[in-house]
Design a protein around this ligand. Structure first.
Ligand SMILES: [Fe+2]
Ligand SMILES: [Fe+2]
Length: 160
């Protein structure tokens, strides 16, 4: 399981959530409900940033260099997204909360597109298949999903 493929899959699932937030939030007037939607989105976006940073970006530090503009830029965007969610938590009226939530969705869309157009392409070029697969296995463990359970079952000793 290639780590770039699984991170792309997470982007795809989050695009559906972004579409939903952009459709629903403009019609919401309750501060608590806007914050609750934001908290749900933050849970998935921020866990994606963390797993991406600690697995893929960390592995890219060796070939690209820790100070690589591409890595530094993407990490800064993760921090900008975090600040957007913090702004939502601080919002004291529905208008400010709507602006903060829609703003962070816009930032995340821009960031995901940048990864898909550039950093993920670079990752496939500079990391070998073994590394991409090892990182994919680490991703599965972090996410709590079973990787190749059928293969594991068929390779188990008889009677096991
Ligand atoms: Fe990212
Ligand atoms: Fe990403």
């Amino acid at each position: 399981m290639n780590v770039v493929d699984v991170l792309l899959g997470e982007h795809g699932a989050m695009y559906s959530q972004f579409d939903c937030v952009e459709r629903v939030v403009p019609g919401l007037d309750g501060l608590q409900e806007i914050r609750a939607l934001g908290a749900l989105l933050a849970a998935v976006v921020q866990s994606h940033s963390t797993v991406e940073d600690e697995l893929l970006f960390a592995a890219l530090e060796r070939p690209l260099g820790r100070a690589s503009p591409a890595l530094v830029g993407m990490r800064m965007m993760h921090e900008d997204i975090d600040r957007g969610f913090a702004e939502l938590e601080r919002a004291e009226d529905p208008g400010a909360a709507r602006d903060a939530l829609l703003g962070v969705v816009g930032l995340a869309r821009q960031h995901f597109l940048g990864e898909e157009e550039s950093l993920f392409v670079t990752a496939r070029r500079v990391l070998d298949d073994e590394t991409l697969g090892r990182l994919g296995a680490a991703w599965a463990e972090r996410r709590g999903v079973l990787q190749n359970p059928i293969e594991d079952w068929t390779s188990a000793p008889h009677g096991a």
